[in-house]
Design a protein around this ligand. Sequence first.
Ligand SMILES: Cc1cc2nc3c(=O)[nH]c(=O)nc-3n(C[C@H](O)[C@H](O)[C@H](O)COP(=O)(O)OP(=O)(O)OC[C@H]3O[C@@H](n4cnc5c(N)ncnc54)[C@H](O)[C@@H]3O)c2cc1C
Length: 376
Amino acid sequence: MPTRRTTRGAARTPLGGDYDVLVCGASFAGLTVSRELAGSGARVLVVDRYEIGERQTSACGIPTEWLAAMGLMESHRQTFGRLVVHTPFGRSVLSLPWTFSTFDYPTLCRELAAQGDHDFETAKVDGRTGNVVHTDRGDISAPLVVDALGWRRVLGSGYQPPDAPLSRGLEVHPWGTGEDMELWIDRKYVPAGYGWSFPAGEETRIGVGSFDPRFHVKDTTVMLAEDLERDPVRYQGNWIPHRLRAATDDGIFFVGDSAGHCLPLTAEGIRTAFYFGIACGRELRAVVDGDRSIASALARYDDFNEAHRWKFEAMLAAQRVVPRVPPRLLHGAIGAMQAKRFVDWSFGHYLEIAPPAFAALAPPRARVRAPTRVAA
Ligand SMILES: Cc1cc2nc3c(=O)[nH]c(=O)nc-3n(C[C@H](O)[C@H](O)[C@H](O)COP(=O)(O)OP(=O)(O)OC[C@H]3O[C@@H](n4cnc5c(N)ncnc54)[C@H](O)[C@@H]3O)c2cc1C
């Protein structure tokens, strides 16, 4: 268990006030939204129930180009140019056209937060009335409110597992090094889903994700770790949304897992949290700069989200089909995928769903004029 740094009891003083932008959630999505507002002069408050970077929410694997484009290479741990896929019938090695990297979660969050220009407070968000957000430390209001709180979508209509389009993921973090990023598509670990091993410097992140929320992954996560002769220690797990949701609702902007921005089939949700966080942040920035109304920003962000729906639905269709393919046939198909032309084509399209150039093209700008006070 990580050491708890978040203040408790009497140390939690009352919190309140009015801000231009209130960002709820200080992980990948929320911190990216704030980053886009840096230098705008807007009064931005970011709240999270834990201190920044305190609770890891992922195996922290991402296309390396995204880490570089966001200026977050200080958190980098290890890079992989190939993906090793195991099935009950053997292993295949896919030489990737771009690399994946693992990173250190606390360092990344610290670096991302440093690129923003916000106040930060620890508070548990309980809900809202209009644009007044209720926390365990008091009420905060802002004309621009962002829910980057993860799959619970606390400021909208939440999901109730297991009767919701959620996958479940659990991993252990034993000490020990490794060379390859590896996946297991093997029903002995999970009927629908996959197991993984992501080395990250001195530790390896080994886990199992199930597309079926009713399948409990604890026993098979332990089994995979033991099969790899690693200790099943230092657990980390969560629900993972696998269906795109509306990105706005009743005046609130939803980003990252709260909008279902995690990609189905692969459960890759970090770069998409960055991607949609940048898109949302740019809309908020335009409002703060006085170039756009809140209604227009909501509509434009919603349109941006909907333009991606068919890609998310295609990934979801693949997520539903893959577990139905007979294992021997699937092994043959993955083996055929090793062909360079196919890997380049498929992984190229996959990266394009949320391309790193989106971050690199327009880094946060310095304010060029006095900020507009955002009116509700
Ligand atoms: C085991 C596992 C491994 C994964 N591995 C990968 C991977 O390697 N690569 C990848 O791309 N994706 C991975 N994912 C998916 C990825 O973790 C998520 O898609 C990603 O974390 C979404 O980012 P986010 O900022 O939207 O939400 P989160 O990272 O979930 O952050 C939500 C934030 O909101 C805070 N919060 C929640 N509720 C409240 C509240 N009521 N009040 C105040 N604060 C609150 C939380 O403390 C947290 O800081 C993995 C998921 C799991 C479960």
